[in-house]
Each structure stands twice: as structure tokens, then as C-alpha cells.
Design a protein around this ligand. Structure first.
Ligand code: AMP
Ligand code: ZN
Ligand code: ZN
Length: 316
């Protein structure tokens, strides 16, 4: 991770009079930690976030949206270790080798921890992502995101879960916040919160890793021997969120703590104002006229995508 001075001692070991050697340095928390104390720190930090935002309790059944990446697998591992009832949900997006590899790693991990992994395949529901992308002008990640949100919500309900947990981390949230702020997109800023309440057919969605950086979850996965997909989805190339992440990482390098402050101060100082101000303009949640799932339009995004895939197939 970031510059760890040679011979540094673990901050916690030192306080206890032990001699643990630091293997991780977290500049924005001013902590140097040994492997065991890093694992403990990570698990406690997630537990604290769950409590801070009252995400769920030990009585709830949670469905973890698992992509095969470091974040969602680390999250699943922590939830189980911390004593939560958590099963996995994997959507096979049909993106060639990327989907094959990520599915295999997700299945392998679910066996290792002995929890159920529910799997659905987009080709059975609508069409694989490469086919969907050909039939729509929407950017690749935006169509994929809409499809993932739709099936996470509808399957969680069908399978009897009332909470979905995703592995969105601090870097994801900060990049999203940065983009929404650049555009002053208050409609999205209002929705950017670690917990989205259950309403009108949408079940509760939570992001317990919202204060954990990408590097921190990679380190946790590494220390726990969690195998995860290490390459990016081929369609994400050129996505603006990746550009924002690069810019923000440069700032973070010079000024450690900037990302966390940008995000937590938004939640504390700005989100309540935006939420209250726009409360009156709350858009009505409707039922999609075709599938009956919740939607902000007469016809939901997935039914519209289904229509364009069908049109494309008829034309060819
Ligand atoms: P991404 O949008 O790829 O950055 O992923 C953000 C979060 O969405 C991940 O941490 C997972 O919780 C969830 N996710 C992404 N891809 C999948 C998938 N194929 N199946 C289930 N959940 C997913
Ligand atoms: Zn230690
Ligand atoms: Zn629909």
C-alpha cells in the first residue's frame, strides 16, 4: 500500500507493548498496522458504518450482490465473520471471459464460506450485455447498471430478502459524487446515500463499504486469501467514472484524507439540505405497465431495453 517506512511498528501492537511489524500504512488514518490488526481494523470499520447508518441487524436476512470482485467478496466475508445472515446473488452478464471468470470465483468463494449463492443469467432474462449494448444508444455502463439494479431488486423480493448490500466502496462513491457535483445533478445527489430506504416496491439498499477505499479492500482480500477477478470489465474502458477516479487519486496522493472528507462532509453538511429542499419534488414511484416492477416512468428501463433488443432482432 502507500509508503510504509522500513522497520515501522504496528500502532496497535506498540500501544499494547507488543512487537508487531507494520505491513500496511493508512496515511489518511495515520495508522501503521500488522496483518492481524489490519484485518481487525477493517472488520470493525465496516461494523461501525453498518451501525452509524442503521443498515441492518443480526435478525435480518441480507442478500449480498456479488460481482466476483474484491469489494463484494470482502464484504460478504466480513458480514459472515461479524455474525450476519448473508447469502450471495450473482448476475451472469454474459460478457465473455470476464463473466466466466467472475462467476467461477464467486461460486468458489460461496463454497469456501458455505453460504448459498443465487445465480441468474441475463441471457435467460433479456439478453447478454453485448447484445443489449448493440441495441441501445445508452452508454454501456448505464444500461448494465439499470439491468443490475432491476434484477437485484426483483430477485431479492422473489427470494424473500428485504435488504440488498452492494460492494460500492469510497472510491466509487467519491467518483459518483464528483460527477454529480460537476453537473450539479441534485436529483442524483439527493439519492446518494449509504442507505436507500424500502419504498414503493424498491427494497432497502445499503453500501457498507462506503468508507473503505479500493486499496483497503484489495489488501483485506489479499490477507484473507480471497481470490477475486483482478481485471476490469472490458466495457468499462473510457467510462467517465474511471477518469474521475484517476483525478481524485492524484489529489489524494498529495493530500491524504481528501476523498474521505469530501464524501463524509457531503453526507453531513450537504445531503440533508438537498434532501429537505427537494423533498417536495419527490417523484412518484409507479408500477411499470408491462412488468409491474417499480419505476419512475410508465414503462421501466428494463422493459424499454427489452423492446429495443426485440426490435433489433426482428430487423436483422
Ligand atoms: P460495479 O457497478 O461493477 O462497480 O459494481 C458495484 C457493485 O455492484 C459490486 O460491488 C457488487 O455488489 C454489485 N455487482 C456488480 N456486478 C454484479 C454482478 N454481475 N452480479 C451481482 N452483483 C454485481
Ligand atoms: Zn499489530
Ligand atoms: Zn418493466
Amino acid at each position: 500500500m502507500e509508503k510504509l517506512k522500513k522497520g515501522s511498528r504496528c500502532t496497535i501492537c506498540k500501544a499494547k507493548g507488543e512487537k508487531g511489524k507494520a505491513v500496511v500504512f493508512l496515511p489518511h488514518h495515520r495508522l501503521a498496522l500488522c496483518k492481524n490488526h489490519y484485518i481487525q481494523w477493517f472488520e470493525k470499520r465496516i461494523e461501525k458504518t453498518i451501525k452509524e447508518f442503521r443498515m441492518f441487524s443480526k435478525r435480518d436476512r441480507i442478500l449480498v450482490a456479488v460481482s466476483g470482485g474484491k469489494d463484494s467478496l470482502a464484504l460478504w466475508n466480513v458480514l459472515i465473520k461479524n455474525g450476519y445472515e448473508a447469502d450471495g446473488f450473482y448476475i451472469d452478464l454474459g460478457i465473455d471471459q470476464y463473466s466466466k471468470d467472475s462467476k467461477e470465483l464467486s461460486v468458489q468463494f460461496s463454497k469456501k464460506i458455505g453460504r448459498s449463492l443465487h445465480i441468474i443469467s441475463l441471457k435467460d432474462e433479456i439478453a447478454p450485455i453485448p447484445v443489449i449494448n448493440k441495441s441501445t444508444k445508452k452508454p454501456a455502463c448505464s444500461a448494465c447498471g439499470a439491468v443490475k439494479r432491476y434484477y437485484m431488486n426483483s430477485y431479492a423480493k422473489k427470494l424473500g430478502y428485504r435488504i440488498i448490500a452492494t460492494g460500492h466502496n469510497l472510491d466509487d462513491e467519491v467518483a459518483l459524487l464528483f460527477g454529480n457535483t460537476l453537473h450539479w445533478d441534485v436529483k442524483y445527489l439527493r439519492k446518494q446515500y449509504p442507505v436507500l430506504k424500502e419504498e414503493g416496491g424498491f427494497i432497502r439498499k445499503v453500501k457498507p463499504l462506503c468508507k473503505i477505499t479500493e486499496k483497503e479492500s484489495a489488501m483485506y482480500a489479499f490477507f484473507n486469501g480471497i481470490e477475486y477477478i483482478e481485471y476490469e470489465c472490458p466495457f468499462s474502458e473510457g467510462a467517465s467514472s474511471i477518469e474521475y477516479k484517476e483525478i481524485l487519486s492524484k489529489i489524494e496522493e498529495k493530500h491524504p484524507g481528501t476523498k474521505l472528507q469530501f464524501y463524509t462532509n457531503f453526507l453531513k453538511n450537504m445531503h440533508p439540505i438537498i434532501k429537505e429542499y427537494y423533498e417536495k419534488e419527490e417523484t412518484q414511484i409507479k408500477e411499470c405497465r408491462i412488468c409491474g416492477e417499480p419505476s419512475f416512468n410508465e414503462i421501466c428501463a428494463v422493459c424499454r431495453l427489452k423492446n429495443s433488443v426485440e426490435r433489433e432482432t426482428v430487423q436483422n
